[in-house]
Design a protein around this ligand. Structure first.
Ligand SMILES: Nc1ncnc2c1ncn2[C@@H]1O[C@H](COP(=O)(O)OP(=O)(O)OP(=O)(O)O)[C@@H](O)[C@H]1O
Ligand SMILES: [Mg+2]
Length: 268
């Protein structure tokens, strides 16, 4: 029955543990991701987001726990997992010398697809890059590069896409462009696991949001469910909904630091 259950989920992560030497990064991470949904993994710097993504993408072995992607176990069926996924890393992996169109066509060729040129043109159109398509990527803005990077990750129609901090370092306009690209992905039925430190990004994009903190998922739910964890603050006549940032700080205890006394995000 488990195979059936797992097959109905795009991802299932149970009891995942990972240490680097003495540093325990993941200490029992659990979450499920429904097919066709956008799942945001939120966490501060060093929380273990990239570590989790690398385990799910079979680039890194977990010390304990199990994970399946597209119904395949990452430890025992890594080849099947790799065929099911596409990974866009924390830093854009496009070739600067080539044009956007050439980058896309190259990936299509590497994936042995028919008519790489047509695939490239279709993706350029979908990601509003048709006009820039013939230009060298070195002339692209950060947002255009990111969109190209995401477009490249779409080639081959992987059912599951990992986006590790897709908008890190982008300006607000470029971030919105990337958000539209991600929505486009999910609109086509692709399952997206997205990591981010930007709370508004999760708020904008995600069907479900999980907060990774001190090696565990401490909150997992829809934005509305997360909001219901905290009563709205009442200020005179205006009912103020908590922002995801307030929820985040409250659950990790970062604001009041009543747990360990450590403060984060100091200005130095
Ligand atoms: N190969 C490694 N060897 C030793 N420590 C590592 C290694 N990779 C990651 N770490 C440490 O593990 C912790 C988690 O790193 P990870 O990259 O998963 O965090 P992250 O949530 O992706 O952070 P960021 O938001 O900065 O990208 C960090 O303390 C990091 O320094
Ligand atoms: Mg990271």
């Amino acid at each position: 029955m488990t195979a059936q259950t797992i097959a109905g989920l795009a991802m299932r992560v149970q009891g995942l543990e990972k240490s680097y030497g003495k540093l325990e990064v993941l200490r029992g991470v659990d979450f499920d991701v429904a097919p066709g949904s956008i799942f945001a993994l939120l966490g501060s710097n060093g929380a273990g987001k990239t570590t989790t993504v690398r385990i799910l993408a079979t680039l890194l072995k977990a010390d304990a726990g199990t994970a399946s992607v597209n119904g395949f176990d990452v430890a025992t069926q890594p080849a099947n997992v790799r065929e099911s996924i596409s990974l866009t890393g924390q830093f854009a992996a496009v070739d600067e010398i080539l044009s956007g169109r050439e980058n896309l066509a190259l990936v299509a060729r590497l994936r042995h697809l028919k008519d790489p040129g047509a695939i490239a043109d279709d993706l350029l159109r979908r990601f509003s890059l048709s006009e820039a398509g013939a230009r060298r990527v070195s002339t692209y803005s950060g947002g255009m590069r990111r969109r190209l990077d995401i477009a490249m990750s779409l080639i081959g129609n992987s059912p599951v896409i990992f986006l590790d901090e897709p908008t890190a370092g982008l300006d607000p306009e470029a971030r919105i462009e990337v958000w539209d690209a991600v929505k486009e992905l999910a609109g086509h039925g692709t399952t997206v696991l997205l990591t981010t430190q930007y709370l508004d990004e999760a708020e904008q994009l995600a069907d479900r949001i999980a907060i990774l903190h001190q090696g565990r998922i401490i909150v997992n739910g829809t934005l509305n469910e997360l909001k219901q964890l905290f009563p709205p603050a009442k200020v005179e006549y205006v009912e103020k909904q908590p922002t995801l940032e307030e929820i985040f700080l409250a659950v990790i205890g970062g604001d009041k630091s009543d747990a360990t006394g450590t403060t984060t995000g100091g200005q130095g």
